[in-house]
Design a binder for this molecule. Structure first.
Ligand code: F6R
Length: 610
């Protein structure tokens, strides 16, 4: 969700903030704004649209000041327009704030302020907080204390940065439920919602903890809890390189990330797979090994694409480790008072490590005594820090809003996790070795599929004008079908649904006619004949079939209109390979339709509000 950048130092802040906002734009892109402190005054420029629209409207070189904040918004309260864009100020116009998150009791606070004669210029919950801080400042005459007092009354989530003409050499930052990172420079400090905005300036960062605030000045910084107890901050190093968050010659981040998968997949098992022993070394799980050995049940919780990976995980873990697995949408799990015991292991899967519902779900699971494991991509993220143990995905920064490489890395980690548990619970070394050997071949197979991208492009061209798509798969590839459909709908705005192929007869078959492309994932496994029957059913109703089949399948051409080939592999690994042409198909269709692939409408990369 929204991106935040703040700067205090000796350089001109505006260009630096705008550069940071551009790196954060994948988090939200419906409006942008900056605020600078200079010559005893405050200057705010904000606009609906992308950061580049703000840049076009305002000459950043004319905005002077070495202290400032900026924001790129993903609307929650109030439509994306200039007034609702951040920064917001208090009534006196001397205190400015940017906010990420949701103030749930903003209406109650707003009512109080309206009764006291305060007025508002926007429809946002964030402005209410700015005005509230301003009101408190009038009596307290101390900005830090005013912020702290306001935050004590606030319900909901926030990452905020506040600056003011009352103390122009200070930035205040605070978080609850929305990440904030301090960038530690030489005589300069940054604060941002994401390391991507600070890496061009420093690799040294401090991750603010829940309910923590930071006071930044040019000569140092201090962290404390919002309740004013000093805290000890640990300076850490950013774990990725600047080039990893740049497009590197690709037209879109999404395409770059699709093409990175041979490498990111390998990074997911490098140093972990012990092929000869047919097992896996997962150092991050050492402390919970016994718990895993005795676990009666595993619950995997996640949202979106990560939830699809979780579904594949269910099949994998049950098959290899013979432990019952349940998969839950985090948003449902957190509110339904789930029955959990200390014998349960809960796994949270998340690319960003910041998804509000997933975070709340693990807090609920911990409260109920479960052991909680994270499978997270972003190092140092909140979920990574709040879980008892975990396995990082090592997919590197994922900037494209539609998740691609993180998904295959999730499958890589889940396969290894299933193998790890399986070997503890009776899976033979021989079987383990067979899986490990094949997993090692996957990067090469992915490269082979990527070399055939033109085949996918041709199909994308033929079907880019379709209004609906159906994606069908069975077993391990039912979740892959769901993921294929999600990819298409989120970036091309074509309505697409995924189903277990056999479910088609129970309803979706009514939709099939000559205008309905149906994508079948048809690997040569033990239910291949069943899926071929499902394909026949679609063809009998004039549906157009695009099949994903393996290189050795000589029959599929007889039934499908189009075939996209992938190398043959073990059935448990087929969803990994199938997802590559599905990602490419969604990508090329979206490009054909002129859609903004990296910043699809209404979406944001990291969903830090529930
Ligand atoms: C889809 C997509 C989303 C995320 C979901 C969970 O392409 O990216 O569906 O998968 O918002 O996000 P994480 O994995 O960061 O918890």
């Amino acid at each position: 969700m929204c991106g935040i950048v703040g700067y205090i130092g000796t350089k001109q802040a505006a260009p630096l903030i705008v550069q940071g906002l551009k790196r954060l734009e994948y988090r939200g892109y419906d409006s942008a704004g900056v605020c600078l402190l200079a010559d005893g005054g405050i200057r705010i420029e904000k606009k609906a649209g992308r950061v580049m629209d703000l840049e076009r409207a305002v000459d950043m070189d004319q905005l002077h000041g070495t202290v400032g904040v900026g924001h790129t918004r993903w609307a929650t309260h109030g439509v994306p327009n200039d007034a609702n864009a951040h920064p917001h100020t208090d009534q006196s116009g001397t205190i400015a704030l940017v906010h990420n998150g949701i103030i749930e009791n903003y209406l109650t606070i707003k009512k109080k302020l309206l009764n006291a004669g305060y007025t508002f210029r926007s429809d946002t919950d964030s402005e209410v907080l700015a005005v509230f801080i301003g009101m408190l400042y009038e009596t307290l005459q101390d900005l830090e204390q005013a912020v702290r007092t306001a935050l004590a009354e606030v319900e909901g989530t926030f990452g905020i940065v506040v600056i003011s003409t009352h103390d122009p050499d200070m930035i205040i930052a605070a978080r609850r439920g929305s990440p904030l990172i301090l960038g530690i420079g030489n005589g300069e400090y940054l604060v941002a919602s994401d390391a991507a905005a600070v890496i061009a300036h420093t690799r040294q960062v401090v991750y603010l903890n829940e309910n923590e605030m930071a006071i930044l000045r040019r000569d140092g910084f201090q962290t404390k809890t919002i309740a004013n107890i000093d805290t000890h901050s640990v300076v850490e190093e950013i774990a990725f390189e600047l080039e990893q968050i740049e497009k590197g010659g690709f037209e879109h981040f999404m395409l770059k990330e699709i093409y990175e998968q041979p490498i990111t997949f390998r990074d997911g098992f490098r140093g972990r797979l012990q092929t000869e022993e047919g097992t896996v070394k997962l150092g991050g799980l050492a402390t919970v090994r016994e718990k895993l050995q005795s676990a009666k049940r595993i619950i995997i919780t996640a949202c979106g694409t990560s939830w699809h990976a979780a579904l594949v995980g269910e099949y994998l873990i049950e098959a290899l480790a013979r432990v019952p697995v349940e998969v839950e949408y985090a948003s449902e799990f957190r509110y339904r008072n789930p029955i959990i015991s200390s014998d349960d292991v809960v796994i949270a899967i998340s690319q960003s490590g910041e998804t509000a519902d997933t975070l709340a779900a693990i807090r609920e699971a911990k409260l109920k005594g479960a052991t909680v494991i994270g499978m997270v991509n972003v190092v140092g993220s909140t979920i990574a820090r709040e879980t008892d143990a975990g396995v990082y995905l090592h997919a590197g920064p994922e900037i494209g809003v539609a998740s691609t490489k993180a998904f295959t890395s999730q499958l890589c980690v889940l396969t290894q996790f299933a193998l790890y548990m399986g070997r503890m619970r009776g899976l033979s070394a021989e079987e383990g070795k067979r899986i490990a050997q094949e997993l090692e071949r996957i990067p090469e197979y992915i490269s082979m599929i990527l070399e055939r991208a033109d085949d996918v492009k041709a199909i994308a061209h033929a079907y880019a004008h379709a209004s609906n798509f159906l994606y069908l798969g069975r077993g391990y590839n039912f979740p892959a079908a769901l993921e294929g459909a999600l990819k298409l709908k989120e970036i091309s705005y074509i309505h697409a649904e995924g189903y277990p192929a056999a479910e088609m007869k129970h309803g979706p078959i009514a939709l099939i006619d000559e205008n309905m492309p149906v994508v079948f994932i048809a690997p040569h496994d033990e239910i291949y004949d069943k899926i071929v029957s499902n394909i026949e059913e679609v063809r009998a109703r004039n549906g157009r079939v695009i099949a994903i089949a393996d290189d050795e399948d000589t029959y599929i051409e007889n039934v499908a209109n189009h075939v996209l080939r992938v190398p043959r592999t073990l059935p448990i690994l087929t969803p990994i390979l199938a997802s590559i042409p599905l990602q490419l198909l969604a990508y090329y269709i979206a490009v054909e339709r002129g859609c903004n692939v990296d910043m699809p409408r209404n979406l944001a990369k990291s969903v830090t509000v529930e």
